[in-house]
Design a protein around this ligand. Structure first.
Ligand code: PEP
Ligand code: MN
Length: 264
Protein backbone atom coordinates (compact mmCIF):
# COMPACT_ATOMS: atom_id res chain seq x y z
CA UNK A 1 0.00 0.00 0.00
CA UNK A 2 1.41 3.45 -0.71
CA UNK A 3 2.41 5.47 2.32
CA UNK A 4 0.75 8.83 3.08
CA UNK A 5 3.40 11.29 4.14
CA UNK A 6 3.27 13.24 7.38
CA UNK A 7 4.69 16.75 7.31
CA UNK A 8 6.94 17.73 10.23
CA UNK A 9 8.08 21.33 9.94
CA UNK A 10 9.68 21.62 6.52
CA UNK A 11 10.40 17.89 6.26
CA UNK A 12 8.21 14.90 5.56
CA UNK A 13 8.14 11.39 6.97
CA UNK A 14 6.97 8.56 4.75
CA UNK A 15 8.21 10.09 1.49
CA UNK A 16 11.09 8.84 -0.64
CA UNK A 17 13.75 10.02 1.80
CA UNK A 18 14.77 8.32 5.04
CA UNK A 19 14.57 10.53 8.15
CA UNK A 20 16.62 10.23 11.33
CA UNK A 21 15.44 11.62 14.66
CA UNK A 22 18.02 11.55 17.45
CA UNK A 23 18.65 12.93 20.91
CA UNK A 24 18.83 11.94 24.54
CA UNK A 25 16.32 9.71 26.30
CA UNK A 26 15.74 12.58 28.77
CA UNK A 27 16.45 16.28 28.55
CA UNK A 28 18.81 16.72 31.53
CA UNK A 29 20.25 20.23 31.18
CA UNK A 30 20.72 22.97 28.59
CA UNK A 31 24.33 21.96 28.03
CA UNK A 32 23.55 18.24 27.63
CA UNK A 33 20.65 18.90 25.28
CA UNK A 34 22.35 21.56 23.13
CA UNK A 35 25.61 19.64 22.66
CA UNK A 36 23.65 16.51 21.72
CA UNK A 37 21.44 18.42 19.30
CA UNK A 38 24.44 20.00 17.58
CA UNK A 39 26.30 16.67 17.36
CA UNK A 40 23.38 14.72 15.89
CA UNK A 41 22.57 17.53 13.49
CA UNK A 42 26.11 17.64 12.16
CA UNK A 43 26.04 13.84 11.72
CA UNK A 44 22.90 14.14 9.54
CA UNK A 45 19.92 13.85 11.89
CA UNK A 46 17.08 16.13 10.83
CA UNK A 47 14.98 16.07 13.96
CA UNK A 48 15.48 16.01 17.69
CA UNK A 49 14.05 13.86 20.48
CA UNK A 50 14.17 14.33 24.25
CA UNK A 51 11.98 13.21 27.14
CA UNK A 52 10.51 15.90 29.39
CA UNK A 53 7.89 13.81 31.21
CA UNK A 54 9.28 10.32 31.70
CA UNK A 55 7.28 7.19 32.46
CA UNK A 56 9.78 5.15 34.48
CA UNK A 57 9.22 1.64 35.78
CA UNK A 58 10.56 2.56 39.24
CA UNK A 59 8.99 5.56 40.99
CA UNK A 60 12.23 6.52 42.76
CA UNK A 61 14.13 7.10 39.49
CA UNK A 62 14.45 10.36 37.49
CA UNK A 63 11.01 11.32 36.18
CA UNK A 64 12.15 14.02 33.74
CA UNK A 65 12.59 17.77 34.26
CA UNK A 66 8.91 18.38 33.52
CA UNK A 67 7.87 22.00 32.93
CA UNK A 68 11.34 23.18 34.04
CA UNK A 69 12.63 21.92 30.67
CA UNK A 70 10.28 24.03 28.53
CA UNK A 71 12.41 27.17 28.32
CA UNK A 72 15.69 25.40 27.58
CA UNK A 73 14.08 23.15 24.97
CA UNK A 74 12.65 26.20 23.20
CA UNK A 75 16.11 27.82 23.16
CA UNK A 76 17.75 24.70 21.71
CA UNK A 77 15.02 24.37 19.08
CA UNK A 78 15.48 27.99 18.15
CA UNK A 79 19.27 27.61 17.91
CA UNK A 80 19.21 24.41 15.86
CA UNK A 81 15.91 24.85 13.98
CA UNK A 82 15.28 21.12 14.46
CA UNK A 83 11.71 19.86 14.86
CA UNK A 84 11.28 18.29 18.30
CA UNK A 85 9.61 15.04 19.43
CA UNK A 86 8.68 14.47 23.07
CA UNK A 87 6.39 12.15 24.95
CA UNK A 88 3.04 13.23 26.32
CA UNK A 89 2.09 11.10 29.32
CA UNK A 90 -1.23 12.66 30.31
CA UNK A 91 -4.02 14.36 28.28
CA UNK A 92 -3.76 17.36 30.65
CA UNK A 93 -0.29 18.17 29.23
CA UNK A 94 -1.60 19.01 25.73
CA UNK A 95 -1.92 22.75 26.36
CA UNK A 96 1.57 23.16 27.85
CA UNK A 97 3.32 20.94 25.32
CA UNK A 98 1.56 22.50 22.34
CA UNK A 99 4.13 25.26 21.89
CA UNK A 100 7.12 23.08 22.86
CA UNK A 101 6.81 19.97 20.68
CA UNK A 102 6.46 19.55 16.93
CA UNK A 103 5.41 15.91 17.27
CA UNK A 104 3.59 14.39 20.25
CA UNK A 105 5.09 11.01 21.13
CA UNK A 106 2.79 8.39 22.65
CA UNK A 107 4.96 5.95 24.60
CA UNK A 108 4.74 2.19 24.56
CA UNK A 109 3.00 2.15 27.95
CA UNK A 110 0.24 4.38 26.61
CA UNK A 111 -0.59 2.69 23.31
CA UNK A 112 -3.83 1.48 24.90
CA UNK A 113 -4.63 4.81 26.59
CA UNK A 114 -7.67 5.65 24.47
CA UNK A 115 -8.44 8.87 26.36
CA UNK A 116 -4.98 10.17 25.45
CA UNK A 117 -5.29 8.97 21.83
CA UNK A 118 -8.69 10.67 21.42
CA UNK A 119 -7.32 13.89 22.92
CA UNK A 120 -4.46 13.83 20.38
CA UNK A 121 -7.07 13.32 17.68
CA UNK A 122 -8.15 16.89 18.41
CA UNK A 123 -4.75 18.54 17.92
CA UNK A 124 -3.23 19.81 14.72
CA UNK A 125 0.22 18.30 15.16
CA UNK A 126 1.62 14.90 14.17
CA UNK A 127 1.56 12.00 16.64
CA UNK A 128 4.30 9.36 16.90
CA UNK A 129 2.55 6.23 18.14
CA UNK A 130 4.91 3.74 19.69
CA UNK A 131 3.88 0.13 19.70
CA UNK A 132 2.92 -1.22 23.12
CA UNK A 133 5.48 -3.77 24.28
CA UNK A 134 2.65 -6.28 24.54
CA UNK A 135 0.60 -4.86 21.70
CA UNK A 136 -0.23 -6.93 18.67
CA UNK A 137 0.13 -5.30 15.24
CA UNK A 138 -3.66 -5.14 14.79
CA UNK A 139 -4.10 -3.46 18.21
CA UNK A 140 -1.41 -0.93 17.28
CA UNK A 141 -3.16 -0.13 13.99
CA UNK A 142 -6.50 0.24 15.84
CA UNK A 143 -4.80 2.57 18.33
CA UNK A 144 -3.70 4.71 15.35
CA UNK A 145 -7.33 4.73 14.18
CA UNK A 146 -8.37 6.22 17.55
CA UNK A 147 -6.24 9.27 16.70
CA UNK A 148 -7.25 9.51 13.05
CA UNK A 149 -10.96 8.90 13.59
CA UNK A 150 -10.97 11.65 16.24
CA UNK A 151 -9.85 14.09 13.55
CA UNK A 152 -6.06 13.93 13.28
CA UNK A 153 -4.75 11.88 10.33
CA UNK A 154 -1.10 12.81 11.01
CA UNK A 155 0.00 9.54 12.63
CA UNK A 156 3.46 7.97 12.38
CA UNK A 157 3.94 4.45 13.77
CA UNK A 158 7.05 3.43 15.70
CA UNK A 159 8.20 -0.15 16.25
CA UNK A 160 10.24 -0.15 19.50
CA UNK A 161 10.46 -3.85 20.31
CA UNK A 162 8.13 -6.19 22.09
CA UNK A 163 8.40 -8.31 25.21
CA UNK A 164 9.30 -11.93 24.49
CA UNK A 165 10.86 -14.79 26.48
CA UNK A 166 14.32 -13.46 25.56
CA UNK A 167 16.23 -11.72 28.36
CA UNK A 168 19.60 -10.93 26.72
CA UNK A 169 18.02 -7.84 25.21
CA UNK A 170 15.58 -5.37 26.76
CA UNK A 171 12.96 -6.12 24.08
CA UNK A 172 12.86 -8.06 20.82
CA UNK A 173 12.81 -5.95 17.66
CA UNK A 174 9.93 -7.11 15.48
CA UNK A 175 11.20 -6.55 11.96
CA UNK A 176 8.06 -8.33 10.69
CA UNK A 177 6.03 -5.41 11.99
CA UNK A 178 7.91 -2.91 9.82
CA UNK A 179 7.37 -4.97 6.67
CA UNK A 180 3.74 -5.67 7.63
CA UNK A 181 2.63 -2.09 8.20
CA UNK A 182 4.44 -0.89 5.06
CA UNK A 183 2.50 -3.42 3.01
CA UNK A 184 -0.87 -3.35 4.72
CA UNK A 185 -1.37 0.23 5.91
CA UNK A 186 -0.74 3.69 4.49
CA UNK A 187 0.92 4.97 7.67
CA UNK A 188 4.62 5.86 7.79
CA UNK A 189 6.61 3.68 10.20
CA UNK A 190 9.91 4.35 11.89
CA UNK A 191 12.08 2.10 14.06
CA UNK A 192 13.49 2.68 17.53
CA UNK A 193 16.53 0.39 17.77
CA UNK A 194 17.47 1.88 21.16
CA UNK A 195 14.46 0.63 23.17
CA UNK A 196 14.17 -2.43 20.91
CA UNK A 197 17.56 -3.72 22.07
CA UNK A 198 18.42 -1.84 25.28
CA UNK A 199 22.12 -2.30 24.44
CA UNK A 200 24.19 0.31 22.64
CA UNK A 201 26.30 -2.27 20.76
CA UNK A 202 23.16 -3.67 19.10
CA UNK A 203 21.63 -0.36 18.04
CA UNK A 204 23.45 0.03 14.69
CA UNK A 205 22.88 -3.50 13.35
CA UNK A 206 19.18 -3.35 14.22
CA UNK A 207 18.90 0.16 12.74
CA UNK A 208 20.35 -1.12 9.46
CA UNK A 209 17.96 -4.09 9.46
CA UNK A 210 15.01 -1.73 9.95
CA UNK A 211 16.12 0.38 6.99
CA UNK A 212 16.49 -2.75 4.87
CA UNK A 213 12.99 -3.88 5.84
CA UNK A 214 11.50 -0.63 4.56
CA UNK A 215 11.24 1.67 7.58
CA UNK A 216 10.73 5.36 6.78
CA UNK A 217 13.18 6.46 9.45
CA UNK A 218 14.75 5.92 12.84
CA UNK A 219 14.52 7.42 16.30
CA UNK A 220 17.79 6.88 18.17
CA UNK A 221 18.96 7.74 21.69
CA UNK A 222 22.25 9.64 21.85
CA UNK A 223 24.03 11.08 24.91
CA UNK A 224 27.30 13.03 25.33
CA UNK A 225 28.42 10.60 28.06
CA UNK A 226 26.16 7.53 28.17
CA UNK A 227 27.42 6.13 31.53
CA UNK A 228 26.26 9.33 33.26
CA UNK A 229 22.79 9.46 31.61
CA UNK A 230 19.88 9.90 34.01
CA UNK A 231 17.83 7.38 32.00
CA UNK A 232 18.59 4.62 29.49
CA UNK A 233 22.39 5.08 29.49
CA UNK A 234 23.03 1.43 28.52
CA UNK A 235 21.34 1.89 25.16
CA UNK A 236 22.53 5.41 24.31
CA UNK A 237 25.08 5.95 21.55
CA UNK A 238 27.88 8.44 22.09
CA UNK A 239 28.50 11.01 19.35
CA UNK A 240 31.15 8.95 17.58
CA UNK A 241 29.01 5.79 17.47
CA UNK A 242 26.09 7.83 16.16
CA UNK A 243 28.22 9.22 13.31
CA UNK A 244 29.30 5.67 12.46
CA UNK A 245 25.68 4.55 12.41
CA UNK A 246 24.86 7.37 9.99
CA UNK A 247 27.65 6.51 7.57
CA UNK A 248 26.75 2.81 7.52
CA UNK A 249 23.09 3.71 7.12
CA UNK A 250 23.85 5.80 4.06
CA UNK A 251 25.51 2.82 2.40
CA UNK A 252 22.56 0.52 3.13
CA UNK A 253 20.12 3.12 1.78
CA UNK A 254 22.12 3.52 -1.43
CA UNK A 255 22.04 -0.26 -1.94
CA UNK A 256 18.24 -0.03 -1.61
CA UNK A 257 17.93 2.88 -4.07
CA UNK A 258 16.92 5.19 -1.26
CA UNK A 259 18.67 8.03 0.47
CA UNK A 260 18.83 10.08 3.62
CA UNK A 261 16.69 13.19 3.55
CA UNK A 262 18.98 16.06 2.43
CA UNK A 263 20.73 17.38 5.46
CA UNK A 264 21.23 20.91 6.66
C1 PEP B 1 11.40 6.82 25.13
O1 PEP B 1 11.31 7.04 23.90
O2 PEP B 1 12.27 7.35 25.86
C2 PEP B 1 10.51 5.81 25.72
C3 PEP B 1 10.20 5.84 27.00
O3 PEP B 1 10.12 4.87 24.85
P1 PEP B 1 9.03 3.70 24.97
O4 PEP B 1 7.72 4.38 25.24
O5 PEP B 1 9.11 3.04 23.65
O6 PEP B 1 9.47 2.80 26.11
MN1 MN C 1 14.51 6.00 26.65
Amino acid sequence: MSTKTVQVGRFEIGGPNFVVIAGPCSVESKDQFLTTAEAVKSAGALMLRGGIFKLRTKPDTFQGLGSEAFALVKEVKHQTQMPFFSEITDPRQVGDLMDVVDVFQVGSRNMHNYALLKELGQVDKPVLLKRGFSGRIDEWIHAAEYVSSSGNPQVILCERGIRTFETKTRNTFDVNAIAYVKQHTSLPVIADPSHATGRSELVTPVALAAAAAGADGLIVEVHPNPPSALSDGEQALDFQSFSQLMSRLEKVLIALDRRLAPSW
